[in-house]
Design a protein around this ligand. Structure first.
Ligand code: PLP
Length: 383
């Protein structure tokens, strides 16, 4: 049985071109980038080339890119260091942020170093902009960081970054967006967007795991979270993940080179899945926003099943289909999704996230629909 991978929001397969670009930095070019000899200089040049390439794609300055171990570290850094270094006394965020933001905000609130305000959400997961404005008004001038993700990893609901950024800056608040699910899927012009921090993870865009970056607007003034080395212009101690950084830059380069083609292809997969499920599986509905504005890689489906999402996930796995009940972190544990809990606490049925990537095909969508119909006994049992 050929397995189908519809869990691209959890992680993606490494692109062969990315892999090839990384290999020399695992084999030949092993010099420590901080060493001043030729081996070290070769490695340093590759890191700086990667930084320039990423900055070029996002229209920011190379010095504004800080390589990290991924999205979680970058998100933690923004919240923790902005409270510690930038006089942030209020964090405005939401209950459907990735845990890297939500739990960090909760930890900060518990320590008592800043107050956390949870912005109200519409049923599709969009922040209530009127409430956001009210929160910004009452905290104005007291040191505020707003952290709202660009697109939700479970629902695909996508926030308008320019609208939120303009509002935040109007009230003098800093704005961070976790763009882990959208980086490489949409163009970003960081020179015009009103945004102070953006976070990225390579493994969500066909790059390697364990590497990502924080974009920090020049002059933001945050200090490092990890001490012990002068790497990343004193912003992150620790010998750099050389091959990872090279792979990240390559992955982003490919993503932006072929962006329109990938968008069209993946959007087509999502639309076909939606259409077929609506027509052929009675009682299905969709969680979050599914309009054209939503993230085209994610489709969150609610099935009218009496049982639990875990049972449906298990049956899909037996059929050879990998998808998820929530984010990757919660799908392996017995806990339900905090996003579903925040938005649809009384919902019945089983919610499943299908997330598509450029290596998926229409044929796989059709096979998945057939498998679902078999599970729901709408299709004759396999011989
Ligand atoms: N933010 C979002 C929205 C994510 O989906 C993820 C990954 O699940 C992360 C942050 C964490 O990124 P990483 O796996 O690189 O730590």
């Amino acid at each position: 049985m050929e397995r189908i991978y519809f869990d691209n929001a959890a992680t993606t397969a490494i692109d062969p071109e990315v892999f090839d670009a990384m290999v020399p930095f695992l084999k030949e070019h092993y010099g420590n980038p901080s060493s001043i000899h030729a081996f070290g200089r070769r490695s340093r040049a590759a890191i700086e080339q990667a930084r320039r390439s990423i900055a070029g794609l996002l229209n920011c300055m190379p010095g504004e890119i800080i390589f990290t171990s991924g999205g979680t570290e970058a998100d933690n850094m923004v919240l923790m260091c902005s409270v510690r270094d930038l006089g942030v006394k209020h964090i405005i965020t939401s209950r459907i942020e990735h845990h890297a933001v939500e739990l960090t905000a909760e930890a900060i609130a518990q320590e008592g170093t800043a107050k956390v305000h949870w912005v109200r959400l519409h049923p599709d997961g969009m922040p209530d902009m009127t409430h956001l404005e009210e929160l910004l008004k009452v905290t104005e001038g007291e040191g505020v960081l707003v952290s709202l993700m660009h697109a939700n990893n479970e629902l695909g609901t996508r926030v308008d970054l320019s609208e939120v950024g303009v509002l935040c800056h109007r009230f003098g608040a800093l704005f961070h967006s976790d763009t882990v699910q959208t980086m490489g899927h949409y163009p970003f012009d960081l020179s015009t967007l009103e945004i102070d921090f953006v976070t990225c993870s390579a493994h969500k865009l066909h790059g390697p795991k364990g590497v990502g970056f924080l974009y920090m607007r020049s002059g933001a003034g945050m200090k490092p979270m990890f001490l012990g080395g002068a790497q990343e212009r004193n912003m992150r101690g620790g010998t750099e993940n050389m091959a990872g950084i090279v792979g990240l830059a390559k992955a982003l380069e490919i993503a932006y080179r072929d962006l329109e083609e990938h968008h069209r292809h993946i959007q087509g997969l999502k639309e076909r899945m939606m259409k077929r499920l609506k027509e052929e599986v009675p009682g299905v509905s969709f969680n979050g926003d599914v309009s054209e504005q939503s993230l085209y890689t994610v489709l969150n489906v609610r099935f009218p099943e009496d049982g639990k999402s875990e049972m449906l996930l298990y049956n899909l796995d037996i059929e050879g289909i990998a998808c998820s009940g929530g984010s990757a972190c919660s799908s392996g544990s017995n806990k339900g999704s905090h996003v579903q809990e925040a938005l649809y606490p009384d919902a019945e049925g089983a919610s499943i996230r299908f997330s598509f990537g450029r290596f998926n095909t229409m044929e796989e969508v059709d096979r998945a629909v057939t498998a679902l119909k078999r599970i729901f006994q709408l299709e004759p049992v396999k011989a």
